[in-house]
Design a protein around this ligand. Structure first.
Ligand SMILES: [Zn+2]
Length: 514
């Protein structure tokens, strides 16, 4: 009797099994996000050692699931069916393509390295928080050295293009397909044009009054106010939360469970408002992913740059616009009563758009913000390539702040220790902020073309049309398109700096009498 032929797996069956495995791995990953959220908001300080072991264990199990050879077999079965893969924008083809990209990447990393990275970054993060409090870089230095070394090993496992460099391999986690050379090509001309505008603004004799930014307002009222605004712009609190953390963030574990954090300063309500609108913008993206696809690439965000475009648009294009403030200004009276009667509409609108080169990235205005990013990109690129030794980093940081923003950095807390990213093991992340600003401006111009009365809608407190437009044009697609492809798909053009510069000039020229 002839041996029976091996059972063939039809591509549809293979695909169904593949999705089950992918969703299992994703469930585990979302659990680790939740532990990360807890670490920043609720965990007692001495929980950190145990948390690092929990995170390492989860990372290890996730890695095992995501690199299961069965996933590779199922991918191959799907890919071999040309008909199944015929339409590259169809749900199944998108999921197979993106699971393949992740699988090839994960299988290049040894489990020990994954565990070590997870454990070291949890501990390093804790040490960073302590070092930052004490403004003492030396305390964080050995941890940063370890993080840089582990990231170099990671980059070597992944490899990079012929004309590329190790940074490219790391950036792939945040902005797939984006290289250091790509970033430099966008940043270099942007820097010159921003620099000219910064000089014009900072040397102008006209400046909006700052008084609104200095009025002390009770934190509990601020919290009620930012909750109200974030709800009105479309963040759904039946599917999300807002808590406090040192460094505001958004952590999406599911479209029905999105965690935002913000922070408050008594005499700077616009910091809390901007941070909350920013994180709510991320949250609206996460809540806009389609439930049926959650746990698969079709139910995931495209890239961090696109994610950031959503937060920046609500924070800047909406939240710093005249139309938005026509609606929001009366709310100040509702929430803060007599404390705000001394400021008029123009004082508030001017104050939220004040340009002032300063040390802290997360407090930076719309214009100087991108300079903060350029400094970080150049430094992390040099640390990873080995051109910059970690002990020399603070000095280089301070030199660049002098060069880019004309500032003398007074201490490490307001200098190289201010950001969470490197301490969490994230290198290659920073440029996504500026890419996000560029994408936000280009998407918003397109939205304005489609809905020319958007600002009048904001004046009436109507934000649903913009949210709906973003839901349809961006959120519902998951990872159907890559970032640059999505940009062409939505705006009809490749990404350029022009919309951002137009947005900034149109707003700042009248305010600063340029
Ligand atoms: Zn953000």
């Amino acid at each position: 009797m002839a041996p029976s032929a091996p059972p063939t797996t039809s591509s549809a069956t293979a695909y169904d099994e593949l999705i089950v495995l992918v969703k299992q791995a994703s469930l585990l990953e979302s659990t680790s996000y939740l532990l990360g959220w807890d670490q920043e908001t609720m965990m007692p300080p001495r929980g950190v050692e145990h948390r690092s072991r929990q995170q390492a264990q989860l990372a290890s199990i996730h890695h095992r699931l995501a690199t299961d050879p069965r996933v590779g077999d199922l991918l191959a079965a799907c890919e071999s069916d040309q008909q199944f893969m015929a339409d590259p924008a169809a749900v199944a083809a998108v999921n197979v393509r993106e699971v393949r990209r992740r699988y090839d990447r994960y299988t290049k990393l040894p489990t020990e390295l994954v565990e070590e990275l997870a454990q070291v970054s949890t501990l390093a993060h804790h040490q960073w928080a302590e070092a930052r409090k004490a403004s003492d870089f030396d305390r964080f230095r050995p941890w940063l050295e370890k993080i840089v070394e582990l990231n170099r090993r990671k980059a070597e496992c992944f490899g990079w293009g012929k004309d590329g460099e190790p940074w490219d391999a790391l950036a792939e986690d945040y902005e797939p397909g984006c290289t250091a050379a790509d970033v430099e090509a966008v940043f270099r001309p942007l820097r010159t044009r921003l620099q000219d505008l910064i000089t014009a603004v900072t040397t102008s004799s006209t400046r909006p009054p700052n008084a609104f930014n200095e009025i002390p307002l009770p934190i509990d009222r601020q919290e009620a106010f930012v909750r109200d605004v974030s709800r009105c712009i479309g963040f759904d609190y039946s599917r999300g939360r807002l808590d406090r953390s040192t460094h505001p963030f958004c952590s999406g574990t599911h479209c029905h469970d999105v965690r935002l954090t913000t922070r408050f300063q008594e005499a700077f309500v616009n910091d809390a408002l901007g941070s909350t609108m920013h994180e709510a913008g991320h949250g609206i993206y996460e809540q806009g992913l389609l439930e049926e696809h959650i746990g698969t690439p079709m139910g995931s965000a495209v890239s961090l740059g696109i994610h950031e475009s959503q937060s920046r648009m609500w924070e800047n294009q909406v939240g710093r616009s005249r139309g938005f403030w026509r609606w929001c200004f009366p709310k100040l009276g509702e929430y803060f009563g007599d404390s705000v009667t001394s400021v008029g509409f123009d004082d508030v609108y001017g104050a939220v758009n004040i340009i002032k080169p300063d040390f802290i990235r997360v407090e930076a205005d719309e214009l100087t913000y991108n300079m903060h990013i350029m400094v970080r990109f150049e430094i992390e690129r040099a640390m990873i390539s080995g051109d910059l030794a970690v002990p020399d980093m603070p000095a280089v940081w301070n030199l660049k702040y002098k060069d880019y923003l004309g500032l003398d950095v007074p201490d490490d807390r307001r200098g190289c220790l201010q950001d969470i990213h490197w301490s969490s093991g994230s290198i290659g992340y920073f440029p996504t902020y500026t890419l996000g600003n560029l994408y936000a401006a280009q998407f918003f111009e397109t939205a304005l073309d489609a809905m020319p009365d958007l600002y009048e809608q904001f004046e009436r407190g109507e934000f649903a049309n913009l949210k709906q437009w973003l839901n349809e044009k961006i959120h519902a697609h998951g990872e159907r398109y890559g970032a640059s492809e999505l940009c062409r798909h939505v705006t009809g053009k490749p990404l350029t700096a022009d919309p951002l510069l137009r947005h900034l000039e149109q707003k700042l020229k009248p305010l600063y009498d340029l």
